[in-house]
Write a protein that binds this ligand. Sequence first.
Ligand SMILES: Nc1nc2c(ncn2[C@@H]2O[C@H](COP(=O)(O)OP(=O)(O)OP(=O)(O)O)[C@@H](O)[C@H]2O)c(=O)[nH]1
Length: 328
Amino acid sequence: MKKKAVNVTQPDNLNLSTLNIEIEEVDWHKWQRLINICAEMFDAPTMIINRVTPEGIEKFLTSQTCNTQLNSNQFNMDHNKFCKDVITQGQRLYVKDIREDCRYQKEEMPYLSYLGLPITWPDGSIFGSLSVLDTQTTDYPEEYIDALSVIKEVIDSDLRHLYKEDQLLKMSYTDPLTQIYNRRGLIDLLQSTQDLARRLKRQLILIYFDLDKFKTANDKYGHDMGDKLLNLFAMNLKKNSRSCDLVARWGGDEFIVIIHAEDTQSINIYIDRMNQHLADQTYLPEIHFSYGYAVIKPDSSSTLAQLLSTADENMYRNKQLKRTDHKK
Ligand SMILES: Nc1nc2c(ncn2[C@@H]2O[C@H](COP(=O)(O)OP(=O)(O)OP(=O)(O)O)[C@@H](O)[C@H]2O)c(=O)[nH]1
């Protein structure tokens, strides 16, 4: 589905936690139809679904009847005190006549009546609000307000599905021990990472890590300590990577990182930082690792299996070299 265009504003003093779930998947055409019908029923010039984002409140959908004046910059979310109140208080608000309400009568707004309900994610956090605005004073019958609640429930229910899908997807992509991507997550996300790099004409580097003598560490310190070491290693990979990099546990004591890097010099920097981070920690037994890499040029058509094979050979040579160095 096409990405929905949004209009983001940054209200002051609005500090709400927001869920980072993409909502492109939701059938917002259905939401559009619902608010169009509802606006007709209320005979209101405007119905709006607002959404809370980390940047502020955005106008997500407006009814087709939307009055151009209300849709203009004059109707700025920063100044929409009603919407802010519904969102921050998480409850219904009905103001029949702004001029009669001491909380709002000083506000300069291009309408006289407001009815709004919060829209919520299943974890209780606020998605946004569903509002009916009118330039006239209103006195809606209870049945109309009930109908608006039903529409809110339909939207809440769509969000519930979306939330569950997101949870399932996250679970299926995440390694339960280390909370980084698992093999499936890496395979699925590699394509989009490669597409992005191709568009930016940037190269990627796949670094393949294998912990040294991890079996010995498990035998010596126990499996629980082994788990802690795997966790520590994963945490350091995450710390050492940028948000656009992919960090995954390939299986057992093997990890893969795919970084956006202009040259192979970046690998040395990455590895030095890893070694430094691991050396700085003193509360767990020491861990060492070997690594190999494969460069993914923007126009590369290599498969993941070919890249892994290159990185694995490279890593194996490094491991052998280390062993001979130790024997010297
Ligand atoms: N604690 C713990 N150990 C694991 C886990 N998954 C795999 N392992 C252990 O990781 C060890 C990997 O051993 P090997 O593949 O022989 O590697 P190594 O001992 O590091 O040997 P080299 O790679 O040659 O240095 C095995 O003993 C596995 O049982 C896990 O989730 N937790």
